[in-house]
Design a protein around this ligand. Structure first.
Ligand SMILES: Nc1ncnc2c1ncn2[C@@H]1O[C@H](COP(=O)(O)OP(=O)(O)OP(=O)(O)O)[C@@H](O)[C@H]1O
Ligand SMILES: [Mg+2]
Length: 287
């Protein structure tokens, strides 16, 4: 097993005296080490980032435990394993990438993690330049990471994680701040990495079109609780998505329209518009 949550609770002290804020409530969850592409969704403040932060030990549970590979993380008062070993294997791209960047130049920033994890300088540089090329940011190499746009910062933060080749990749809203084409390019890249290496990718997103296109499992949080964990088709078949404050992907609205107004019988297993259009052109619209 890659990552398991066993009855995890997370609470914070509130602003008022004795006030306790609940961020996660009794979360039980199993994630495979390989072959998963999971989207964590839910309205703002539902606990998504908190859940993700547990997956590489950025925070420790208030109660319960999180097992990451062979390491078991328990509340702070206990003895816990060294986090560096976990961090090397589980990469994390933050919701706000500007908090993740700190070096003088973009290249140095991307090389920081592989060097920190023991790569030789030569290898760290080679790998970083390779990833920068893949992400289309080679020309930013010598710039300060603070003098680039938000979308460029996000790419740099992503490169900083891909550069040390973690086994599992955690992404907190990876397409936020990117233009629509840039968002799809980045998602296509993650999808390619996932397909070619079977790496498990876990992303948080508010964009249901992206979630529906790329994820093969969806986890829904609502008010700190895990309320759905399963396949993407079933989530949108009934009211589950609506009562959990989610919107329906555009592609499914189109399929609903074609089925109800034009008497077609198209199933929900078409995940993006281009694929649906070529399917319709093929004349196979009575499934
Ligand atoms: N460090 C913290 N101190 C106090 N409360 C916190 C802290 N981190 C999170 N919380 C609280 O935990 C709850 C869940 O926050 P979290 O950031 O996980 O939500 P989210 O689902 O990621 O939201 P968003 O979609 O806005 O990013 C919120 O009520 C938040 O105020
Ligand atoms: Mg968040």
């Amino acid at each position: 097993m890659g990552i398991s949550f066993l009855h995890v609770n997370q609470t914070y002290k509130g602003a008022r005296k004795k006030e306790i804020m609940v961020a996660l409530e009794d979360i039980c969850l199993d994630i495979n080490e390989k072959n998963e592409f999971i989207a964590i969704v839910g309205k703002t403040g539902s606990g998504k980032s908190t859940l993700l932060q547990h997956m590489n030990g950025l925070i420790l549970p208030t109660s319960g435990n999180v097992k990451i590979f062979d390491y078991v993380l328990t509340p702070k008062k206990n003895k816990n394993p060294k986090l560096k070993k976990i961090r090397k294997r589980v990469g994390y791209v933050f919701q706000f990438p500007e908090y993740q960047l700190f070096e003088e130049t973009v290249l140095k920033d991307i090389m920081f993690a592989p060097l920190n994890f023991g790569f030789k300088r030569e290898d760290a540089e080679k790998k970083s330049l390779e990833i920068m090329k893949l992400l289309g940011i080679t020309d930013l190499k010598d710039k300060s990471p603070f003098n680039i746009s938000g979308g460029q910062m996000r790419r740099v933060a992503i490169a900083g994680v891909l550069s040390y080749d973690p086994d599992i990749i955690l992404l907190d809203e990876p397409t936020r701040g990117l233009d629509p084409k840039g968002a799809l390019d980045i998602m296509d890249l993650f999808y390619k990495i996932h397909k070619e290496t079977n790496k498990t990718i876990i992303m948080i997103s508010h964009d249901m079109d992206i979630v529906y296109k790329y994820a093969n499992r969806i986890i829904v949080l609502n008010d700190s609780k895990l309320v759905y964990d399963g396949n993407k088709i079933d989530l949108f078949k009934d009211d589950t998505y609506r009562i959990n404050h989610l919107t329906k992907p555009e592609i499914l609205k189109l399929i609903d329209y074609l089925n109800s107004k034009l008497n077609m019988n198209i199933s929900y297993d078409h995940y993006d518009l281009d694929e649906l259009l070529s399917y319709l052109e093929g004349g196979n619209n009575n499934e």
